[in-house]
Write a protein that binds this ligand. Sequence first.
Ligand SMILES: Nc1nc2c(ncn2[C@@H]2O[C@H](COP(=O)(O)OP(=O)(O)OP(=O)(O)O)[C@@H](O)[C@H]2O)c(=O)[nH]1
Ligand SMILES: [Mg+2]
Ligand SMILES: [Zn+2]
Length: 373
Amino acid sequence: MSTLTRLGWSSFFEDQIAQTDESLRFARVVEEQRGLYRIAGHAEGWAEVSGLFRHEARTAADFPAVGDWVCVAPADVVTPADVARGFSRASTRAIIHRRLERRSVLSRAAAGDRVEQQVVAANVDTVFLVSALAQELNVRRIERYLTMVWDAGAVPVVLLNKADLADDPVAARESVRARLPLIDVVALSALSPLSNDALDTLAPYLRPAHTIALLGSSGVGKSTLVNRLLGRDAIAVAPIRESDGKGRHTTTSRQLVELPCGALLIDTPGMRELHLWGDESAVDTAFDDVAALSRDCRFADCGHAGEPGCAVQAAVDAGRLDPDRLANYQRLLREAAFEARKHDTAAAANVKRRWKHMTQAQKALYKSRERLE
Ligand SMILES: Nc1nc2c(ncn2[C@@H]2O[C@H](COP(=O)(O)OP(=O)(O)OP(=O)(O)O)[C@@H](O)[C@H]2O)c(=O)[nH]1
Ligand SMILES: [Mg+2]
Ligand SMILES: [Zn+2]
């Protein structure tokens, strides 16, 4: 397998470069740290985007993210010969001139002054949605993420980690399975070697050049699982705080690692709550001050637009809430509701696409089972 193929290159990307300069080199972003990108492929090491790239980018989502394929100019590439001549990879940065179109993209709503789309991972085939059996499972929440993963163009798999802490992990898994009949659901413990049962279910996904992103709240054990699958401790994990059983946001950057089996795993920092882009509750998180005030409104469905007994409007009148902030909140809620409706009208198409994904995944599953037998 060529280096690029090993890293997940496919005809989807090949087709995008048919007419471009042959001298360009291609690489995949395997790590991102504050505007610097570690790349692998035709070029290796750290890279940054060109001035023109930066100039033309309209939103944060336009910039490369882990999993993206990018073009770098050959002059910028540090070859092994350059290194032999004394060029150090640390001091020479490749320049990224272009990001190829994404086959799939996982985004979340990033909370700041305003809610912005933040790309969590690009060109992902499968998403391992990780929950911990230590806490009470919220299947409705998992269901919502499933839809969003499908909409992002990836196939979701539900991983129930920390089976060692559950009274009856098999029953827990079966009840989730009953609710989500189309989805592979695995109960496992990342602290011990995976059971044959867990490996059987995961094997079809853990195949060469297949990109898998791990998503889930902080502390559910995503990095521990990556280390388990890697067979070594490559990523730092931290103990759960005793006081509240919550994680500490140990992982702070996203990174793609190649497993011995050839699958490509993207570890992501846990979100306090998993708020994917297009999720109305993401707006509430970014505006939790407004959301908290609105609990005191007389009507549960108060639109904070002149209704009697509106606690939010009262806070604005009293100068305790910036009216611009309220306006932003309302605009974003409308946008999120619009997005949700759009998804509803596209429901038929989604179901079709979902089935296509499912049948593809099922096919792969049966094929790999044949191989295993
Ligand atoms: N009992 C038990 N503990 C686990 C298991 N998997 C992970 N842990 C522990 O849970 C804690 C958090 O694990 P991490 O892997 O850092 O969690 P994470 O999801 O990567 O967290 P963030 O990086 O903050 O998003 C660590 O103390 C792990 O040792 C498991 O299967 N069983
Ligand atoms: Mg982690
Ligand atoms: Zn109100």
